[in-house]
Design a protein around this ligand. Sequence first.
Ligand code: FES
Length: 156
Amino acid sequence: MYSDKVMEHFKNPKNVGSIENPDGVGQMGNPVCGDIMRMEIRVKDGRIEDAKFKTFGCGAAIATSSMVTELVKGKTLEEALAISNRTVAAALDGLPPVKMHCSNLAADALHKAIKDYLVKQGDPRADDIVVKESEGHEHEHAHEQEPQKQGEEDGK
Ligand code: FES
């Protein structure tokens, strides 16, 4: 089901933990499953010098978080903002379609951490970064929620 790269990053995730006095912090909850990820970054001379994460989530979330922290190091903020969930999934040689929503956590938490940094700097570019909590929804999850709705209706 998972590529070797996903398994490698799941079993030996890179950059787990936190940064002392981070320059930016982004926490993201996955609306699909409730899993949570926190990303911390250190920025120096306009580049991401270090990134660390803590993820309370599934194997795919841990693998994508690990991959994102590896991808962003040394990147400018603009380059880091261009990293999407699909970039991360591709770097891991793909994710099963049903697990694509897991990759949103890492990309969104990264974007939130960059926004946090820019806000703290009073940088107007912060306004351009919009991270929606609901971005994790993919079409295939719509039906996953139907039984719950059904249950609510039944309970009326
Ligand atoms: S199932 Fe929650 S992030 Fe993967």
